[in-house]
Design a protein. Sequence first.
Length: 69
Amino acid sequence: RDDPEGCFQGAHIADRPDASFQFIAGRILDGYKLRELSAELDIPVPTLSSFYQRNQKRFAPKLRDYLTQ
C-alpha cells in the first residue's frame, strides 16, 4: 500500500510507531478484526478504534485524492 508522502505511516498511536494508521488500516482492509489487532499489538480495542476512526476522518480527503488518481 503506497504512502508516498509518509503521512499514513507517520500517524501512529503515541509511543507506538508500529501501530501506524497505515498498518492498522491495511490490516482492517485485509479482514482483520480490531480484537485481533488488539491481541497482536497489545493495545486495547477502544484505543485502536478511536485512533482508527479519528484518522479515517483526518485522512478522508487524502484517501479520496489517492483513489481518484
